[in-house]
Design a protein around this ligand. Structure first.
Ligand code: ADP
Ligand code: TZD
Ligand code: MG
Length: 583
């Protein structure tokens, strides 16, 4: 052994002990735990960490803004069940990453934000250090857990705790604060290696209580009009075969939440998406699998659920399968909570169902099927139209075909109309193939998600982006081109937020707050970085450009010109707008 920098190493081996610095300990601790990718942005004090991570064989993906690296890390966590790692510099870099950390926590995605930080003794006395900030305190309210490591021999424990906190129980965002001085600390290499921890069973199975399973099955058996709702927790759990078996064995109609689409193919005969506004108020027993009764499900009450008005309860009984014991009763009474990991819970339910399980009555299934086919028919008619200029429907009709032909591609989606129309029109065929704005309806996840999805799956990515949504992360087109990722971005360009037709009521020179440059050519942005740009004004042009992007696997940005009058205010969530509320 011996120190390679020491020319007398060997003969004087005993006098010159091999040492290891903080940088190396962090890298070794991550590698020991199977972390193979870091999403980040270099600078003081972590530049050498990015270099040495790359040298050590970790894929170090550098972004143009930490927020996008953070979103990438968060969705890598969702896709892999391993914490996605985002690495940033101190104060401003940390704050740029913080939004993504909050997003990870809110969406139950495992992620670790690792930020360098400045001199503790100067920061704590507020003496004005370079990028001074008490980052740990600021991260805490939005993180599932937050830790700081001050000593090199604690790096192993720090990273082990961060991993465990991120992935065990309800997953979430974890902050790990690594002060600059830590990286330069060195310790005896052998002791350093011994200080590292390979986390054993980071996300232990959580088996539901037998009586909870029986209670749930009894309730489900009593139902005349049962409904299953699959949420992104079910997609995250990777219990795809069991979930499919449960749905099919019960014969119960199901609704996939946005990121649970594809858990079973959207074309499945039990999929009730096209009859959503019928099944929610009509159902008598609803089984939630990894879905919260938050705003996306109108809190389980009100008119959506057949309640007479605002907050009235529709009278449904609920079974809720969730890993968080605190989730039940958050909005309405949960009659049968089943607490555990989804794989174990679904297995237990399957085991408890007798062989002669009777499917729901034909009156329920028949009336769901009837609504469905009526709505599908209406949609087919709308999609077949070919208006000029192209609108969301005629463009999405193309996207729908392309996704059908490429079911393994990961589909990224953000915007308002560009999100809501896409979600209902574009079918998804496989689990975890649709990733989007999530629980907050956040704009800006787009290009970070594209990079992560391409990195994790090594396969094709297709993104449908509102023109406003795209702007939040558009500069990462350079990142996509730099790493030559097979990403096809389609910007649904309707000249603005929701639409491009608002006018400034004063008649002044400034355009309305929701309006952008008319006729912008987003495709040029890809060309600037050596990618492919395409300009599509008709469905035929869009189809050709998308097919070519997928055939070539080259980074591509298609500017799809959409009728600027086609959108509606806030897409499908107009009712949440205070103006609409006032009326
Ligand atoms: P959606 O937005 O699709 O409705 P939510 O994010 O609201 O989904 O809900 C996801 C739920 O899934 C959370 O309550 C979370 O605790 C739960 N969850 C996440 N992972 C698991 C798992 N492995 N097992 C059980 N529940 C899980
Ligand atoms: N900022 C962030 C971070 N998230 C948000 N959701 C918003 C602002 C508000 N917002 C929406 O909710 S959708 C949207 C904004 C700015 C953009 C809609 O415009 P678009 O889509 O061009 O992306 P459409 O197709 O024109 O509706
Ligand atoms: Mg728009």
């Amino acid at each position: 052994m011996g120190n390679v920098e020491n020319p007398v190493a060997g003969s004087a081996a005993e006098a010159v002990r091999e040492t290891m610095d903080g940088f190396q300990l962090v890298i070794d601790a991550l590698k020991l735990n199977g972390i193979d990718t870091i999403f980040g942005l270099p600078g003081i004090p972590i530049t050498d960490l990015t270099r040495r991570a790359q040298a050590a064989g970790i894929r170090m993906l550098s972004f143009r803004h930490e927020q996008n690296a953070g979103y990438a890390a968060s969705i890598a966590g969702f896709l892999t069940q391993k914490p996605g790692i985002c690495l940033t510099v101190s104060a401003p870099g940390f704050l740029n990453g913080l939004n993504a950390l909050a997003h990870a926590t809110v969406n139950c995605f495992p992620m670790i934000l690792i930020s360098g930080s400045s001199e503790r003794e100067i920061v704590d006395l507020q003496q004005g250090d370079y990028e001074e900030m008490d980052q740990l305190a600021i991260a805490k309210p939005v993180a599932k857990a937050a830790y700081r490591v001050l000593r090199a021999d604690d790096i192993g424990v720090g990273i082990a705790r961060a991993i465990r906190a991120a992935v065990s129980g309800r997953p979430g965002g974890v902050y790990l604060d690594l002060p600059a001085k830590l990286f330069a600390q060195s310790m005896d290499a052998e002791a350093g290696r011994r200080s590292l921890i390979k986390v054993v069973d980071p996300a232990p199975r959580q088996i539901p209580a037998p009586e909870a399973v029986t209670r749930a099955l009894d309730l489900l058996k009593s139902a005349k009009k049962p409904l299953i709702i699959l949420g992104k927790g079910a997609a995250y759990a990777q219990a795809d075969a069991e979930i499919k078996q449960l749905v099919e064995k019960t014969g119960i109609p199901y609704l996939p939440m946005s990121m649970a689409k594809g858990l079973l193919p959207d074309t499945h005969e039990q999929c009730a998406s096209a009859a959503r506004s019928y099944v929610l108020p009509e159902a008598d027993v609803v089984m939630l699998i990894g879905a919260r009764l938050n705003w996306l499900l109108s809190h389980g009450k009100g008119k959506t659920w057949g309640g007479k008005s605002g907050k009235d309860w529709g009278g449904q009984k609920f079974i809720q399968i969730d890993i968080s014991p605190q989730e039940a009763d958050s909005n309405v009474r949960i009659d049968a909570p089943v607490v555990g990991d989804i794989g174990s819970c679904v297995q237990a339910l399957l085991a408890g169902m007798s062989a002669g399980w009777s499917r729901p009555g034909n009156d329920w299934l028949g009336s769901v099927a009837e609504r469905k086919s009526k709505n599908v028919e209406k949609m087919t008619e709308t999609l077949a139209k070919n208006p000029s200029p192209m609108n969301f429907h005629s463009a999405l009709n193309v996207v729908r075909d392309i996704v059908k032909a490429n079911p393994d591609a990961v589909f990224v989606n953000e915007g308002a109309n560009a999100l809501d129309f896409t979600r209902s029109i574009v079918d998804i065929y496989k689990p975890r193939k649709r990733i989007d704005v999530g629980t907050w309806g956040i704009m800006g996840i787009g290009m970070g998600y594209c990079v992560a999805a391409a990195a994790v799956t090594r396969g094709q990515v297709i993104a449908i982006e509102g023109d406003s949504a795209f702007g939040f992360s558009g500069m990462e087109m350079e990142t996509i081109c730099r790493y030559n990722l097979p990403v096809c971005v389609v910007v649904m360009n309707n000249n603005g937020v929701y639409k491009g037709t608002d006018v400034n009521p004063t008649g002044g020179a400034d355009v309305a707050p929701t309006v952008f440059v008319k006729g912008a050519r987003y495709d040029k942005l890809a060309e600037a970085f050596g990618g492919v740009g395409a300009h599509a004004t008709t469905p035929a042009e869009l189809r050709k450009a998308m097919e070519e992007a997928i055939r070539s696997r080259r980074p591509t940005l298609i500017n799809a010109v959409i009728d600027e009058t086609a959108g509606t205010e806030s897409g499908r969530i107009t009712s949440l707008n205070p103006t609409a509320k006032k009326k």
